[in-house]
Design a protein around this ligand. Sequence first.
Ligand code: CTP
Length: 416
Amino acid sequence: MLPANLASRIEHQLPVKLVEIIHTAGRIANSQHQNLYLVGGAVRDLLLEKPNLDLDIVVEGNAIELARQLTEVEPSSIITYPQFNTAKITGNRWSLDLATARSESYPQPGALPTVTPSSIETDLFRRDFTINAMAICLNPDRYGELIDRYRGQDDLKDKLIRVLHDNSFVDDATRIWRGLRYEQRLGFQLEANTLKLLLRDIPMLDTISKERIRYELECIFSEEQPEKVLRRADELGVLTKLHPALTGNGWLAAKFMAARQLSIPNSPSFSLYLALLAYRLTPSQCEILTLSLGLAKSVAQTIRQSTTIKTRLEALTNPKLSPSDVYRQLHHYSATAIIANIIATDSPVAQQYMETFLHHLRYVKSILSGDDLIAMGVPQGPQIKQLLEQLHQAKLDGRVTTRQDEEKLVKKWLIS
Ligand code: CTP
């Protein structure tokens, strides 16, 4: 049975400093005759006894003014967003997002909503799922009081993800991805009618901008086990909205797990996960995916390089390559693109070459510079570049180690 008043949950689950700040915020709101609430994911996670230090706070009044007064009493860094009437206060490993209670209406599906100040009741009604649509009052006289108009507590108990109304995915189709993310993260299920609506509204994902889809993918890749979300998305026909040739099967799960094992501290980058997700696409399919997500240049480059290496892996399965051959094959590519291939390839020989390149070969440098060669009598011109390359190769292959070795080699070339 969940407690009727959550004051003690707040005190036990949040760090002392954060509790102190919440108390202060509640007092300030009270002095201004405004109501203040903790809302959304933080309430859900308090009830589930899961850690969450990114708190969303809603005030029935002026959020920026409250945030400013709060940081006067509790000095912390603050950023305000007057165009949205919100403010963000950050501390050591925690954040408070303060917003004015608002209602939202969607001028057209997928567009950003038109916002008007409102009460907490309407603010909760604009939210995605019942488990995210609860609030806890933070004013001193009502501190810890849970507001749960949509039976979020019941759905938490029954492990259900349920929308608040039938048009929820039409208003904002990113909720399709959010629903799958919560379902898989929490081990919940989409409630039957919600699942029906989700399937009906999959085409509405076309109304969402590439930036917002990319953000959803970033959120998925920040989950502990993103492969679960992708597998479920595949099963329901959502994944193909990213690209029709994508699959989220056991291969992907195994590769994502391997990526975590290889990454320190256990959280692979967005580019690495995406390179693995896109790995089985052809280069031209990859290009379409990259464009549809509006990726940053460096990320797009990594994805592109990862598939290019894949098409050339055959050459790296020859067990007789010299270190300089391996260097020549790989030195144009980013470390992430190579790591994606180490994880994805089935060839232990290619894997070994790529690991040697990453851990050793890419750091090998010859000692002599262009100026040294000129001082030794090599005429200026393209020859300098060629000789430096040959020195580098000799160093990679272990034919020279010291400065004297390199000088000896240059003298030999000069004579010949
Ligand atoms: N929200 C929503 N619809 C969206 C995005 C957000 O209704 N498309 C609401 C939900 O009430 C959500 C809150 O805004 O709880 C905060 O959003 P966000 O920070 O994205 O989610 P959290 O619930 O905090 O979840 P997470 O644990 O994934 O950060």
